[in-house]
Structures are given as C-alpha cells and as structure tokens.
Design a protein around this ligand. Structure first.
Ligand code: SAJ
Length: 445
C-alpha cells in the first residue's frame, strides 16, 4: 500500500489501528480512536488487562474511561489481545505507547519498548504506519527503534512509515486532553509526518506542529524537565520561606500577580508519577554521553528527590515540639497516590515517607481513598481507621477527599496533642490551630 491509499483509509475512518500497551495513555487513546469510528485492537502482555478490556471494563481509574470502554467494546470497535503479531499484521497503523522507566542507576530502561518493537517488527508489512507515543531519550529512534523495526527486512521511510508523537495528556484529565491538546509530530520523512498528522487530526482539535524526529524527541523531554525544574524552584522557595518565617504559598500567590509571566509552581512533598521524576534523567544521561554536565537540571532533580526527607524532618520536629518522640508516636499518612485524584502510585513520594516511618516510628498507618498500596505497612481505605490514636497526621496527596474532610470529625479520632504536617498545603492553618491541633506544612513554619 502506498501513502496515498493509507491517507484515504485514515481520512474515511477505515484504517485499522493497533495500539501496543493498554496503560494509562494507551487504553484511553485506543478507546478514543474507536469512538471516532476506527476499528482498534489493543495489544497488551497482561492477560488480566486484556480480559478486562474485552469484558468492557477499564483496569485503571480515569474520569469517563469506564463508560467509554464499555461503549466501544459493546459496539465492536475495540477489542484487546495478547497476540501482538497477528494484530499488527491485521492493521494499517500501529501505535506504540508503553512505559520507558529508568533503572536504579537512573539510566533508561527501554526493555519494554524493545520487546514491544520486536513484536511489531514480526507483524510489520509494507505500507504500515508505525507511530511511537512513549517518551524516549533523544536519539532513541535512530539508535534503537529503527534498527528493531528494520529487523523485519523492511526499510523505514521507504517500505513503512514512521512517526514520533509523544503523549502529552495529564492523568486525571486524559480523555479530555487527548482530544484537545496540541500535538507535536516528527516523521522519519515528510510523508510519514503528514500521515500521522492526518491520523491525529481526527483525534484532537488542538494544533498540530510537525518536524523531524530528533527535534520532537528533545521537545518532549524538555517539556517535562521544565516542569521538574519549576517545581524544584517552588520547593526551594518553600524551604527558604520556612527559614525566614514567611508563608511560601502567600508569597507565591503574590509573585504570580507579576505582569510579565511569573508562574511559580506549587511546592510539595516531592515529585512522583511515571514521567516528571524520570524524564530529566533522559537528558542528563544523553548529555553525559556528549561529555556535558546539565547543572541546573541535575540540581533540580536532587532538590525534588530530597523533599520526602524534608517531610520526615518536619514530622520529627513537629512531634518534638509537642513533647513527643518519633519512636513512640503513631503517624498516619494520608495519600499514597503520587498526586491528587489519581490511583497511580508510580514513583510516589509517599513510599519513601512510609518506608522510613516504618523503621523509625512506633506505628505508621497509611490511607488512600482511591488505591490500596501498603508498602509493607498498615493500610486502610477507611480514614478513621488510619488516623485512630495518631500523634501526627501527614498529608502527602492532594486528593479532593482530603481538601473536603471534616477536621472536627477527624479530630475525635486523634490523640491529644496531635500535629498535622501538611505536605500539600490544602488545609487552612488557622482552622487547624483553632481546633487545638498543631500545624506545619511545606513552606510554612
Ligand atoms: N507537582 C508539584 N507541584 C506542582 C505540580 C506538580 O509538586 O506545581 C507534583 C505532583 O504532585 C506530582 C508530580 O509533581 O507528584 C508530577 O505531577 P504533574 O501534574 O506535573 O505531572 P504528571 O506526571 O501527572 O503528568 C505529566 C504532564 N506534564 C506536564 O504537565 C508538563 C503531562 O502533560 C505529560 O503528558 C505527562 O507528565 C507525561 O506522560 O509526560
């Protein structure tokens, strides 16, 4: 099939799409393409994911996803399979959206991507369009992706089309953002970029900007590095404000009123999730290969990685301030998800806090309304059970449930005296102190 035929198939919705990886982005993406009228097969290596999707259910929690998956599976436009090779053979377009984590030593772990590409390569045929959505270190398309796909005996850009368009949707708003976000698309050649553009213009109302793959590889990683460095700046300001006795939140709010683009981020207990804490290492590692040191980015990462320890220090100090020691205190940790209103616990700062408290305090009991993850300690989905008899309550996640909690009711379950460490600054310090509880938070003395 040539590019013109594929373009026609895409434009009239007859192109069959295979999506490799039914995770936090892959499943919403597959379901949305199905909703737009395409026939989509989702490929995953987890049998339970495949089974759930085929029964019309979403294995992850994301606003609106359950109903959408149920809809498109019932209409016969989305199905899932473990058999990637056959599904690729039967498709015109293959989208790879699998995770690209880092190893313990912070170097990229591309093993999942590599094995996904080996599968794609076995099913690859002439005229296929392969689109990569996973975040990858700069240079990966040329060094890793093209060689793996060309193991099929076909040549990228001549026998099959290849494009890179990294996902940009933010968890908790994934469905909406996939359909409205602007997109950047890099092609191995112009025809590949144009085909991918025509595919994604069916999906999003946002602008689409095309370019070459090496540029787009850099863009994705610098976007998330921008976020990480900005959060580090907010965290550093918070630490400074704690030192001088100024409320960092108030200072940031006032600074953000500056007429020319001051947009300070929110300080917090650390940076979690699958992307922001890891993507800067893709840049740092690549720079090292080139003999360069990325000083600002490296310092920002270190600072953000030190925030869970800062929370632990605040827990200890605030307990001491009410005459208690960490060793004899019960600490309740509210929130194990990496950020509010998600059930995702990947790289969550709560893990370090919970695991360290398990060693140092007499008891640690964590809670989350959306996910059950105990990190080897006590855990409950019932907040009353978690805070019962606590000497210290630490807020690690900005779930709406915590923003709206009835402090008076909560207080009935706490020990007296008790202190609250607000890692997310979601409570009103005055209100907490009026109840006779101790209060401290990130960026607040
Ligand atoms: N956080 C702060 N302060 C802030 C903002 C975030 O402490 O001001 C923390 C969060 O609590 C969380 C972490 O940072 O622990 C990351 O959260 P996030 O909301 O910045 O990002 P993610 O990981 O949920 O999603 C991001 C998004 N990137 C950006 O907003 C730049 C999304 O657009 C990307 O598609 C996604 O990463 C990705 O996959 O790369």
């Amino acid at each position: 099939m040539d590019g013109m035929e594929l373009k026609n198939l895409i434009e009239d919705g007859r192109a069959r799409i295979a999506v490799v990886g039914l995770g936090y982005v892959g499943l919403p993406l597959a379901a949305l393409f199905a909703k737009k009228g395409f026939t989509v097969t989702g490929i995953d290596i987890r049998p339970e994911t495949v089974e759930m999707v085929n029964s019309g259910r979403a294995p992850i929690s994301e606003d609106g996803l359950d109903a959408l998956v149920e809809d498109v599976v019932r209409e016969g436009r989305l199905c899932a399979t473990l058999d990637g090779v056959d599904a690729v053979k039967a498709s015109h377009v293959v989208i790879v959206v699998v995770q690209t984590p880092i190893h313990e030593d912070k170097s990229p772990d591309l093993s999942v991507l590599e094995s996904a590409l080996e599968t794609v390569s076995k099913g690859l045929g002439k005229g296929h369009l392969v689109v990569i959505e996973s975040t990858i270190p700069p240079g990966t398309t040329r060094e890793v992706i093209v060689p793996l796909l060309e193991a099929s005996g076909l040549e990228a850009g001549r026998d099959f089309f290849l494009a890179y368009t990294p996902e940009r949707a933010i968890p908790t708003r994934t469905l909406r953002e996939i359909q409205t976000n602007s997109r950047i698309i890099g092609g191995i050649n112009r025809e590949s970029a144009r085909l991918a553009e025509s595919l994604y213009s069916r999906l999003t109302t946002g602008d689409i900007m095309t370019g070459d793959i090496p540029t787009v590889e850099v863009v994705k990683v610098i976007e998330n590095t921008f976020r990480d460095v900005n959060i580090a700046l907010a965290n550093e300001i918070a630490l400074f404000c704690e030192g001088v006795g100024v409320d960092a939140l108030k200072a940031i709010e006032m600074a953000n009123k500056h007429p020319r683009g001051v947009n300070l981020h929110m300080p917090g207990p650390g940076v979690g999730g699958h992307c922001i804490p890891k993507d800067p290492y893709f840049l740092i590692g690549k720079a090292r290969e080139l003999g360069m040191e990325l000083r600002v980015i490296t310092a920002a990462r270190r600072l953000n990685e030190s925030m869970p320890q800062h929370i632990l220090d605040k827990i200890e100090e605030s307990l001491n301030s009410i005459g208690k020691s960490l060793e004899e205190s019960k600490v309740a940790v509210l929130g194990v998800a990496y950020k509010g209103n998600t059930d995702d616990t990947r790289s969550t700062p709560s893990e370090e806090v919970v695991r360290t408290l398990m060693r140092l305090s007499s008891e640690v009991f964590s809670h989350d309304p959306l996910v059950s993850q105990d990190f080897g300690g006590k855990f409950s989905n019932d907040i009353r059970e978690a805070v019962e008899g606590a000497d210290c309550v630490v807020i690690m996640t900005d779930h709406d449930e915590y923003r709206q909690m009835d402090l008076k009711e909560l207080q009935k379950h706490l020990k007296q005296p008790c202190v609250i460490v607000d890692g997310r600054r979601i409570l009103d310090p005055e209100e907490v102190r009026d109840l006779g509880l101790g209060y401290t938070g990130v960026g607040y003395q």
